[in-house]
Design a binder for this molecule. Structure first.
Ligand code: NDP
Ligand code: 2IT
Length: 449
């Protein structure tokens, strides 16, 4: 192990999620460093683990009662070796600098894999949109953009959505940017269709994670037809992953939110999924309301003091985590294997702990790490940027076709990079190695900047 991790830990001892993301990469790129002594001499790991820029700021806003509130805003501009900083914004009370740094770090590798020219960044706030009125969300977004606008731009840094940031928030953020700059430009992605958005962007992460999984299945001569899937989350990524699984003939039996999960043994069909979309996207309700409508399903509240999440203990063939980081721990990993799961494709960022990942690799299951499997979202963000630059719109079929090609290419790139180092079908090693090599070469070309 390089000496670099202890020094990162010593510098920022409280940034546990960031350490976790870095450690995984350091471990998997050792053979690349051994083969390329220049990389160590040029201290590429030391440079890649230090953000190019960190912006932290105060966001004051006024709630509906007239009370002044203060939140903290972040934008971590991690690496711009292969393109402008690109990555989402997360609004969630759990957001810290560590969370944003881990997400920005992962984004660098993910964006590198997409085949498009995008560097990596991530931002957000500890603002909690849950239970807030549209007016409160608007005022918060305006306050957030009142500082962020001076750091971003269509050729500098292009934010998008993530947890807690969807079409509504992107609209308010864009409106404020436009007002402050007096400029109508593609500075954000995930915009609404009528003002610069791309078809398929809302679907892209969820569809992409299933396209990636379908490729992994294909390598082993299988398809989604008749497969039972455990999906977690019930937001953007979970909804469209479910939609695509159904289209490909699979069955989805679970969905969740941060309070608990539903199990529907009859399967969540198209009509039930439509109910979930309405519930989550417009009524902003909770997933337990599903069982009030569909009596065949059961709701289980998740007890955070338990050593496992019972969602991952149901009999199934595939698991598609689409909620948040570290939602599958080692015990959950063991439970998944014992329940018959042979494929894990990560819609969320870093949803599996290192212990869980070890279980997957030791059991030789098909394991698609988030930075490869969920890259479809940012890939279509890249396509949105391309359409904005050309001032035209591609039809749905064209964007979907390009998304499928990109996911296929990422899948193949991971396989090839892993095979080059004798690690057949290890998508984790493949993703880290391929993402790393491209960025490092660009950094070396550009000198010490
Ligand atoms: P949404 O806000 O649309 O949905 C998030 C879902 O995850 C909700 O069901 C939410 O439940 C649940 N969730 C959030 N935090 C927690 C938590 N701490 N514990 C348990 N459940 C939680 O976000 P997205 O669907 O966009 O994002 C989901 C994951 O996918 C994240 O890891 C994100 O980083 C990743 N991702 C998103 C992309 C995108 O394009 N949107 C692209 C690539 C990755 P609740 O309603 O209770 O909060
Ligand atoms: O984690 C991610 O890749 C995202 N939240 C999407 C980023 C983007 O710029 O579309």
């Amino acid at each position: 192990m390089e000496k670099i991790l202890p020094s990162i830990v010593q510098r920022d001892p409280q940034q546990k999620e960031f350490h976790q993301a870095v450690q995984e990469v350091i471990l998997t790129v050792q053979p690349v460093l051994d083969r390329n002594p220049e990389f160590r001499k040029q201290a590429v790991l030391e440079r890649m683990t230090e953000p190019e820029r960190v912006i932290m700021f105060r966001v004051p806003w006024v709630d509906d009662q007239g009370q002044v509130r203060v939140n903290r805003g972040f934008r971590v501009e991690m690496n711009s070796a292969i393109g402008p900083y690109k990555g989402g914004l997360r609004f969630h009370p759990s957001v810290t600098l560590s969370i944003i740094k881990f997400l920005a770090f992962e984004q660098v590798f993910k964006n590198s894999l997409t085949t498009l020219a995008m560097g990596g960044g991530k931002g957000g706030s500890d603002f909690n949109p849950k239970g807030r009125s549209d007016g409160e969300v608007m005022r918060f977004c305006q306050g957030f953009m009142a500082e962020l606008f001076r750091h971003i731009g269509p050729n500098t840094d292009i934010p998008a959505g993530d947890i807690g940031v969807g079409a509504r928030e992107i609209g308010y953020l864009f409106g404020m940017y436009k007002k402050l700059r007096n400029e109508f430009t593609g500075v954000l992605t995930g915009k609404s269709l009528a003002w610069g958005g791309s078809l398929i962007r809302p679907e892209a992460t969820g569809y992409g994670v299933v396209y990636f999984a379908a490729r992994m299945l294909q390598v082993r001569g299988q398809t989604f037809e008749g497969k039972t899937c455990l999906v977690s989350g019930s937001g953007n990524v979970a909804q469209f992953a479910t939609e695509k699984i159904l289209e490909l003939g699979g069955r989805v039996v679970t969905l969740s939110d941060s309070s608990g999960y539903i199990y529907d043994g009859e399967g969540i069909d198209k009509e039930k999924l439509e109910f979930v979309k309405q519930l989550k996207n417009f009524k902003r309700g909770r997933i337990n309301e599903y069982v009030e409508k569909y009596h065949g399903a059961e709701y289980t509240e998740v007890d955070p003091s338990l050593d496992h999440n019972p969602l991952w203990a149901h009999q199934a063939d595939c698991a598609i985590p689409c909620a948040t980081e570290n939602e599958i721990n080692e015990q959950d990993g063991i439970n998944l294997i014992e329940s018959g799961v042979t494929l894990v494709s990560e819609g969320a960022n870093m949803p599996s702990t290192p212990g869980a990942v070890k279980v997957f690799l030791d059991n030789n299951i098909m394991y698609g790490p988030g930075k490869a499997a969920n890259a479809g979202g940012v890939a279509v963000s890249g396509l949105e940027m391309a359409q904005n630059s050309m001032r035209l719109h591609w039809p749905r079929e064209e964007v979907d076709e390009r998304l499928q090609q990109i996911m296929e290419s990422i899948h193949q790139t991971c396989l090839d990079a892993a095979a080059e180092y004798g690690l057949q079908e290890n998508y984790l090693a493949g993703a880290n190695i391929a993402g790393f090599v491209k960025v490092v070469n660009a950094m070396l070309d550009q000198g010490l900047v």
